[in-house]
Design a protein around this ligand. Structure first.
Ligand code: ATP
Ligand code: MG
Length: 234
Protein backbone atom coordinates (compact mmCIF):
# COMPACT_ATOMS: atom_id res chain seq x y z
CA UNK A 1 0.00 0.00 0.00
CA UNK A 2 1.43 3.36 -0.94
CA UNK A 3 2.08 5.88 1.81
CA UNK A 4 -0.96 7.98 2.49
CA UNK A 5 -3.49 5.80 0.77
CA UNK A 6 -6.43 4.15 2.46
CA UNK A 7 -7.19 4.25 6.18
CA UNK A 8 -4.11 2.40 7.42
CA UNK A 9 -1.27 4.61 6.35
CA UNK A 10 1.69 5.02 8.66
CA UNK A 11 0.49 8.34 10.04
CA UNK A 12 -2.67 6.74 11.41
CA UNK A 13 -3.04 4.39 14.35
CA UNK A 14 -5.23 1.36 14.08
CA UNK A 15 -8.39 1.22 16.20
CA UNK A 16 -8.77 -2.49 15.72
CA UNK A 17 -11.17 -3.79 13.10
CA UNK A 18 -9.92 -1.75 10.18
CA UNK A 19 -10.82 1.66 11.69
CA UNK A 20 -8.34 4.37 12.48
CA UNK A 21 -8.18 7.99 13.59
CA UNK A 22 -5.64 10.59 12.51
CA UNK A 23 -2.67 11.02 14.85
CA UNK A 24 -3.72 14.63 15.30
CA UNK A 25 -6.91 13.39 16.99
CA UNK A 26 -5.21 10.75 19.11
CA UNK A 27 -2.17 12.85 20.03
CA UNK A 28 -1.96 13.93 23.66
CA UNK A 29 -3.45 17.34 24.41
CA UNK A 30 -0.93 20.17 24.50
CA UNK A 31 0.33 20.50 28.05
CA UNK A 32 -1.60 23.03 30.09
CA UNK A 33 0.10 26.02 31.67
CA UNK A 34 1.23 26.08 35.28
CA UNK A 35 0.69 29.50 36.82
CA UNK A 36 1.57 30.35 40.42
CA UNK A 37 0.59 33.31 42.57
CA UNK A 38 3.03 34.29 45.27
CA UNK A 39 3.35 37.00 47.89
CA UNK A 40 3.11 37.69 51.59
CA UNK A 41 0.20 37.41 53.99
CA UNK A 42 -2.97 39.15 52.86
CA UNK A 43 -1.49 40.16 49.50
CA UNK A 44 -4.67 38.99 47.77
CA UNK A 45 -3.44 35.69 46.31
CA UNK A 46 -6.56 33.67 47.07
CA UNK A 47 -8.82 36.49 45.88
CA UNK A 48 -6.93 36.82 42.60
CA UNK A 49 -6.49 33.08 41.96
CA UNK A 50 -10.29 32.81 42.04
CA UNK A 51 -10.73 35.73 39.67
CA UNK A 52 -8.07 34.52 37.23
CA UNK A 53 -9.50 31.01 37.18
CA UNK A 54 -12.94 32.46 36.42
CA UNK A 55 -11.54 34.63 33.60
CA UNK A 56 -9.68 31.72 32.00
CA UNK A 57 -12.74 29.48 32.30
CA UNK A 58 -14.83 32.20 30.67
CA UNK A 59 -12.28 32.30 27.85
CA UNK A 60 -12.96 28.60 27.26
CA UNK A 61 -9.88 27.09 28.89
CA UNK A 62 -10.11 24.14 31.27
CA UNK A 63 -8.72 25.37 34.60
CA UNK A 64 -7.80 23.79 37.91
CA UNK A 65 -7.45 26.01 40.97
CA UNK A 66 -5.23 24.65 43.72
CA UNK A 67 -3.17 25.77 46.71
CA UNK A 68 -0.11 25.15 48.87
CA UNK A 69 0.62 23.79 51.30
CA UNK A 70 -1.96 21.26 50.17
CA UNK A 71 -3.66 20.53 46.88
CA UNK A 72 -3.75 16.73 47.33
CA UNK A 73 -5.17 14.62 50.19
CA UNK A 74 -1.82 13.82 51.85
CA UNK A 75 -0.56 17.35 51.26
CA UNK A 76 -3.64 18.80 52.98
CA UNK A 77 -2.86 16.67 56.04
CA UNK A 78 0.68 18.08 56.08
CA UNK A 79 -0.83 21.59 55.72
CA UNK A 80 -2.72 21.11 58.98
CA UNK A 81 0.52 20.16 60.74
CA UNK A 82 2.37 23.18 59.36
CA UNK A 83 -0.23 25.86 59.94
CA UNK A 84 -1.59 24.75 63.31
CA UNK A 85 1.58 25.06 65.34
CA UNK A 86 4.71 23.21 66.37
CA UNK A 87 8.25 24.37 66.87
CA UNK A 88 9.80 22.86 63.77
CA UNK A 89 13.48 22.75 63.01
CA UNK A 90 13.78 24.91 59.83
CA UNK A 91 15.11 22.02 57.71
CA UNK A 92 12.38 19.69 58.98
CA UNK A 93 9.79 22.35 58.21
CA UNK A 94 11.12 22.82 54.68
CA UNK A 95 11.10 19.03 54.20
CA UNK A 96 7.44 18.93 55.21
CA UNK A 97 6.67 21.66 52.67
CA UNK A 98 8.50 19.76 49.95
CA UNK A 99 6.89 16.45 50.91
CA UNK A 100 3.49 18.12 50.55
CA UNK A 101 4.60 19.72 47.28
CA UNK A 102 5.72 16.38 45.86
CA UNK A 103 2.28 14.90 46.59
CA UNK A 104 0.65 17.98 45.06
CA UNK A 105 2.81 17.73 41.95
CA UNK A 106 2.47 13.98 41.41
CA UNK A 107 -1.23 13.59 42.21
CA UNK A 108 -2.75 16.88 41.11
CA UNK A 109 -0.57 19.23 39.05
CA UNK A 110 1.14 16.88 36.59
CA UNK A 111 -1.96 14.82 35.71
CA UNK A 112 -3.92 18.03 35.09
CA UNK A 113 -1.19 19.59 32.92
CA UNK A 114 -0.88 16.37 30.94
CA UNK A 115 -4.65 16.51 30.29
CA UNK A 116 -4.26 20.01 28.83
CA UNK A 117 -5.65 21.79 31.90
CA UNK A 118 -4.26 25.15 33.01
CA UNK A 119 -3.34 24.89 36.69
CA UNK A 120 -3.31 27.96 38.94
CA UNK A 121 -1.70 27.46 42.34
CA UNK A 122 -2.05 29.74 45.34
CA UNK A 123 1.65 29.57 46.40
CA UNK A 124 4.37 27.12 45.27
CA UNK A 125 8.12 26.57 45.80
CA UNK A 126 9.00 30.30 45.87
CA UNK A 127 7.05 30.57 49.12
CA UNK A 128 9.36 28.02 50.76
CA UNK A 129 12.41 29.97 49.62
CA UNK A 130 10.93 33.23 50.93
CA UNK A 131 9.39 31.97 54.21
CA UNK A 132 11.80 29.22 55.26
CA UNK A 133 14.85 30.71 53.51
CA UNK A 134 14.78 34.46 54.03
CA UNK A 135 12.23 34.36 56.85
CA UNK A 136 13.57 31.49 58.98
CA UNK A 137 17.20 31.16 57.88
CA UNK A 138 17.06 27.93 55.85
CA UNK A 139 20.27 27.92 53.75
CA UNK A 140 19.58 28.28 50.04
CA UNK A 141 21.59 25.13 49.10
CA UNK A 142 19.22 23.10 51.31
CA UNK A 143 16.20 24.59 49.50
CA UNK A 144 17.92 23.74 46.20
CA UNK A 145 18.60 20.15 47.22
CA UNK A 146 15.05 19.59 48.47
CA UNK A 147 13.70 21.23 45.35
CA UNK A 148 15.84 19.02 43.11
CA UNK A 149 14.58 15.86 44.84
CA UNK A 150 10.90 16.86 45.04
CA UNK A 151 10.44 18.69 41.75
CA UNK A 152 13.12 17.14 39.50
CA UNK A 153 13.50 20.40 37.59
CA UNK A 154 9.78 21.13 37.30
CA UNK A 155 8.96 24.86 37.57
CA UNK A 156 6.00 27.15 36.90
CA UNK A 157 5.55 28.59 33.42
CA UNK A 158 4.48 31.90 34.92
CA UNK A 159 4.68 33.33 38.44
CA UNK A 160 2.75 36.41 39.53
CA UNK A 161 4.18 38.01 42.64
CA UNK A 162 1.74 40.20 44.54
CA UNK A 163 3.83 42.85 46.27
CA UNK A 164 2.73 45.15 49.07
CA UNK A 165 4.04 46.48 52.39
CA UNK A 166 3.68 43.72 55.00
CA UNK A 167 1.81 46.09 57.33
CA UNK A 168 -0.94 46.45 54.71
CA UNK A 169 -1.14 42.71 54.07
CA UNK A 170 -1.15 41.83 57.77
CA UNK A 171 -3.96 44.31 58.41
CA UNK A 172 -6.01 42.72 55.61
CA UNK A 173 -5.29 39.20 56.88
CA UNK A 174 -6.18 40.21 60.45
CA UNK A 175 -9.66 41.10 59.25
CA UNK A 176 -10.20 37.44 58.36
CA UNK A 177 -10.09 36.10 61.93
CA UNK A 178 -7.71 33.88 63.92
CA UNK A 179 -4.13 34.22 62.54
CA UNK A 180 -2.27 31.06 61.47
CA UNK A 181 1.26 30.23 62.60
CA UNK A 182 3.01 32.26 59.87
CA UNK A 183 0.73 35.26 60.31
CA UNK A 184 1.76 35.37 63.98
CA UNK A 185 5.45 35.92 63.13
CA UNK A 186 6.73 39.51 63.50
CA UNK A 187 6.97 42.36 61.02
CA UNK A 188 10.74 41.81 60.50
CA UNK A 189 9.99 38.27 59.31
CA UNK A 190 7.39 39.50 56.85
CA UNK A 191 9.69 42.25 55.59
CA UNK A 192 12.36 39.63 54.81
CA UNK A 193 9.73 37.54 53.02
CA UNK A 194 8.74 40.52 50.87
CA UNK A 195 12.35 41.25 49.94
CA UNK A 196 12.93 37.58 49.10
CA UNK A 197 10.01 37.52 46.66
CA UNK A 198 11.35 40.67 44.97
CA UNK A 199 14.83 39.08 44.72
CA UNK A 200 13.33 35.94 43.15
CA UNK A 201 11.53 38.11 40.58
CA UNK A 202 14.72 40.04 39.80
CA UNK A 203 16.67 36.80 39.33
CA UNK A 204 14.05 35.19 37.06
CA UNK A 205 12.43 37.92 34.97
CA UNK A 206 11.29 35.51 32.25
CA UNK A 207 9.14 33.56 34.73
CA UNK A 208 8.15 36.19 37.28
CA UNK A 209 6.07 39.36 37.14
CA UNK A 210 5.75 41.66 40.14
CA UNK A 211 2.37 43.35 40.49
CA UNK A 212 1.63 46.21 42.90
CA UNK A 213 -0.94 44.59 45.21
CA UNK A 214 -1.44 47.64 47.46
CA UNK A 215 -4.28 48.80 45.18
CA UNK A 216 -7.90 47.81 44.96
CA UNK A 217 -8.67 44.24 43.89
CA UNK A 218 -10.04 45.34 40.48
CA UNK A 219 -6.87 47.23 39.54
CA UNK A 220 -4.67 44.32 40.64
CA UNK A 221 -6.81 41.87 38.67
CA UNK A 222 -6.64 44.00 35.50
CA UNK A 223 -2.82 43.79 35.58
CA UNK A 224 -2.78 40.06 36.31
CA UNK A 225 -5.29 39.34 33.58
CA UNK A 226 -3.27 41.31 31.02
CA UNK A 227 -0.09 39.41 31.89
CA UNK A 228 -1.76 35.98 31.79
CA UNK A 229 -3.58 36.62 28.51
CA UNK A 230 -0.47 38.09 26.87
CA UNK A 231 1.56 34.92 27.49
CA UNK A 232 1.30 32.08 24.99
CA UNK A 233 0.84 28.50 26.18
CA UNK A 234 4.11 26.53 26.51
N1 ATP B 1 -6.71 44.52 46.66
C1 ATP B 1 -7.31 44.39 47.85
N2 ATP B 1 -7.59 45.46 48.60
C2 ATP B 1 -8.17 45.33 49.82
N3 ATP B 1 -8.50 44.15 50.39
C3 ATP B 1 -8.23 43.03 49.67
C4 ATP B 1 -7.62 43.09 48.38
N4 ATP B 1 -7.47 41.82 47.94
C5 ATP B 1 -7.95 41.02 48.90
N5 ATP B 1 -8.42 41.74 49.93
C6 ATP B 1 -9.00 41.23 51.19
O1 ATP B 1 -7.90 41.04 52.07
C7 ATP B 1 -8.02 39.80 52.76
C8 ATP B 1 -6.85 38.91 52.35
O2 ATP B 1 -6.99 38.56 50.96
P1 ATP B 1 -6.61 37.11 50.45
O3 ATP B 1 -7.15 36.08 51.39
O4 ATP B 1 -6.98 37.02 49.02
O5 ATP B 1 -5.03 37.20 50.60
P2 ATP B 1 -3.96 36.04 50.57
O6 ATP B 1 -2.78 36.61 49.86
O7 ATP B 1 -4.56 34.82 50.02
O8 ATP B 1 -3.63 35.87 52.11
P3 ATP B 1 -2.88 34.62 52.84
O9 ATP B 1 -1.45 34.69 52.50
O10 ATP B 1 -3.08 34.90 54.29
O11 ATP B 1 -3.57 33.38 52.37
C9 ATP B 1 -9.36 39.22 52.39
O12 ATP B 1 -10.29 39.59 53.36
C10 ATP B 1 -9.68 39.88 51.04
O13 ATP B 1 -11.05 40.02 50.84
MG1 MG C 1 -4.79 32.91 50.85
Amino acid sequence: MSRGSGCCRASRRSLGAGCSVPDAVRAPLPRGRFITLEGGEGAGKTTQVRRLAAALTEAGLPVLRTREPGGAPGAERIRSLLLSGGNWDPVAEAMLHFAARREHLARTIQPALAAGITVISDRFADSTLAYQGAGQGLPRPVWEQLSAVALEGFAPDLTLILDLPPETGMARAAGRGEPDRYERLGLGFHQRVREAFLAIAAAEPARCHVVNAARGADAVFADLRAIVFARPAP
